[in-house]
Ligand binder design. Structure first.
Ligand SMILES: Nc1nc2c([nH]c(=O)n2[C@@H]2O[C@H](COP(=O)(O)OP(=O)(O)OP(=O)(O)O)[C@@H](O)[C@H]2O)c(=O)[nH]1
Length: 315
């Protein structure tokens, strides 16, 4: 049986400590007892953002004062074909006064979520585990020792996601550097992805691979790592990353950069237009640093990826 598509708005309420809110569906609903993000169906004449503000007022008794578009994902249930518009809700007024759920629970991104979870939400929980800042290595440019020292400083400051992108190192030096970087990143509980070289990622036990755009477009099935991402410069590339079920995409350059001279800069409106409405978290890239996190997330980015900007913050 085919169903008309139902538009749904769902809110990831984020506390200052990074915890997010889940609600357990009441006994008299479809999927009773399953956990969900608070929200509900978009009514005729409403935008998804308006629907979410109404639902959070009705369900939780709060007035949303700041929200950001995040991910959009379609799922076919036996009872409905839903298109879920997920927003991050970062500020609200009023105390939580739940009127519809059996229970509420706050969870930090690393903690196990309560079970059972609505089936459409698995990738959303995985996206919440993805750190907001990605550092991309440049050991071939600055030297292996200087890059490892910069990596240690950045891990100390809280960096937990690193992409090793070292086309300029010969294979033996790249493998030595990758092992040294992986030990440091794993000592802090972070994730290390290897650009292009899936064999190297496999040998050293890295967390995943990162595909350059040409590799992405030549790839028909998701590589078999826990974390797989790709570099994108167009909507077609972003949609291919989404179709492969990748865990993130990088999109840029947002500003002109010395690493990609001559590439036209997107600016935040250009970034927001290309990144909107995707199921895959998108990092903004190109001339950015941690100070750009707020404008990036307001433009729909999951976070920021940086080469120079990731290592320079404390210098
Ligand atoms: N609120 C919410 N709904 C979700 C999530 N994930 C997900 O698949 N859905 C699906 O989206 C639809 C939302 O329907 P709902 O029953 O909450 O809608 P509603 O509040 O307007 O209730 P109503 O049916 O009584 O009017 C359901 O099919 C639900 O399974 C989620 O995280 N939050």
């Amino acid at each position: 049986m085919t169903h008309k598509r139902v538009e749904v708005a769902a809110g990831v309420l984020l506390r200052a400590d990074g915890a997010y809110l889940l609600g357990q569906r009441a006994p008299d609903t479809v999927y009773a007892g399953y956990w969900e993000f608070p929200g509900g169906k978009v009514e005729p004449g409403e935008t998804p953002a308006q629907a979410l503000c109404r639902e959070l007022d009705e369900e939780l008794g709060i007035r949303v004062t700041r929200l950001r578009p995040w991910l959009r994902r379609e799922h076919r249930y036996e009872h409905a074909h839903v298109r879920l518009h997920f927003f991050e809700v970062v500020a609200w007024e009023g105390e939580l006064d739940d009127k519809v759920h059996s229970a509420l629970a706050w969870r930090r991104p690393g903690e196990a979520a309560p079970e059972p979870m609505l089936p459409a939400n698995g990738p959303i929980l995985k996206a919440l585990r993805l750190p907001r800042m990605m550092g991309i290595t440049q050991a071939a440019q600055v030297g292996v020792d200087a890059q490892l020292a910069a990596l240690e400083r950045a891990l100390e400051r809280g960096l937990r996601l690193v992409q090793l992108r070292e086309r300029g190192l010969d294979p033996a030096a790249r493998e030595d550097f990758a092992c040294a970087a992986l030990a440091r990143v794993h000592a802090r509980g972070g994730l290390l992805l290897i650009n292009t070289d899936a064999g190297l990622a496999q040998r050293i036990g890295a967390d995943g691979v990162h595909l350059p755009a040409d590799r992405l477009m030549a790839t028909c099935t998701r590589p078999g790592f826990e974390w797989v991402g790709a570099s994108c410069h167009s909507r077609a590339e972003l949609e291919h990353a989404a179709a492969l079920g990748l865990d993130y995409a990088l999109l840029g350059p947002v500003r002109p950069t010395t690493t990609h001279p001559g590439a036209p800069a997107l600016g935040w409106p250009g970034f927001a237009g290309l990144a909107a409405g995707l199921p895959v978290p998108v990092f903004a890239l190109g001339g950015l640093g941690e100070r750009d996190m707020e404008p990036a997330r307001d433009a729909g980015a999951h976070g920021i990826a940086a080469i120079r900007g990731a290592w320079a913050a404390a210098e």
